[in-house]
Design a protein around this ligand. Structure first.
Ligand SMILES: Cc1cc2nc3c(=O)[nH]c(=O)nc-3n(C[C@H](O)[C@H](O)[C@H](O)COP(=O)(O)OP(=O)(O)OC[C@H]3O[C@@H](n4cnc5c(N)ncnc54)[C@H](O)[C@@H]3O)c2cc1C
Ligand code: FES
Length: 254
């Protein structure tokens, strides 16, 4: 069940470059939030930006919800200027969630900002000691390594330019890894750009590993009303904001 609620901003600070972390207090939403879900934020009372902006739930601690976001345009720029004590109108928690598969070792694969919801997931799966593969273009865009380590995850990084970790795509690192380990008891969870999720899906199919992918399509309403976010699946067109964000990778027609 999703609510429209006023959240109190507790903290909103830059964590490096264009990346910001916001903590909000919103007991009504935090209570029912599941990993993989998102909130839709009304950033301004003015005309611009007109539409709410979807941001993944990065983590939940009691009544506190954490959001991790990158400033990429007007909406996120306005968001970054909000101060502790201000209120934020949000709708959430929205979308479905990741499913936890017992007795299988989770490998979490993050591409760019796709890392944001995987911290909440890692926290939920911590007893299963997840391995997290974090990929980005360059070292400066590798996020959350310490957070994952604090949760107890092993973390490997990949950058396109080789500035830290494996040089190349995070999906190539995944492919290399799977050629060296017994992968029969693994589950893959991935969030990132669509080409990366497609690559994860191909790898999962070849190796016969169950994989859940979280899609982040451009959204207008975020509540299933406008059909602006549909994807083609083997079971017909589905709304990413409502039937997703999380899908079995084999379900998507890429
Ligand atoms: C379900 C969902 C969860 C998200 N979670 C996060 C998150 O946790 N942290 C975070 O930083 N961002 C997240 N995003 C992306 C975030 O919503 C956009 O970056 C934001 O709406 C941009 O608003 P803006 O006004 O700042 O930029 P705009 O001016 O609207 O856009 C600036 C640029 O960003 C691109 N952009 C906007 N939305 C998306 C999108 N969905 N996917 C790819 N590119 C986009 C635009 O094409 C444009 O090039 C999420 C998106 C979705 C759909
Ligand atoms: S954004 Fe409107 S239906 Fe998904």
């Amino acid at each position: 069940m999703a609510y429209q609620a006023k959240a109190k901003i507790l903290k909103n600070s830059c964590v490096g470059g264009n990346y910001f972390k916001m903590e909000i207090s919103c007991p009504r939403v935090s209570k029912s939030a599941l990993s993989g879900q998102f909130v839709n934020l009304k950033i301004s009372d003015r005309f611009i930006p007109l539409l709410r902006r979807p941001i993944s739930i990065h983590n939940v601690r009691g009544s506190k919800i954490e959001l991790l976001y990158e400033v990429v345009g007007k909406g996120t720029e306005l968001l970054s200027r909000k101060k502790a004590g201000e209120e934020l109108d949000l709708i959430g928690p929205l979308g479905n969630s990741f499913s936890y598969v017992a007795k299988r070792t989770p490998i979490l694969v993050a591409g760019g900002m796709g890392v944001a919801p995987l911290v909440f997931l890692a926290d939920k799966l911590k007893k299963q000691k997840p391995l997290v593969l974090v990929g980005a273009k360059t070292k400066k865009q590798i996020l959350c390594v310490k957070e994952f380590e604090k949760i107890g995850c092993a973390v490997k990084t990949a950058t396109d330019d080789g500035s830290v970790g494996f040089k190349g795509r995070v999906t190539d690192m995944l492919k290399n890894l799977l050629s060296t380990i017994d992968y029969r008891q693994l589950t893959l969870y991935a969030c990132g750009p669509k080409p990366m999720l497609k690559a994860v899906s191909v790898i999962a199919k070849i190796k016969n590993i169950p994989a859940q992918v979280s899609l982040e399509e451009h959204m207008a309403c975020g509540i299933g009303a406008c059909l602006g976010c549909v994807v083609n699946t083997k079971k017909g067109m589905k709304r990413v904001c409502k039937e997703g964000l999380v899908f079995d990778s084999g379900e998507i027609i890429w």
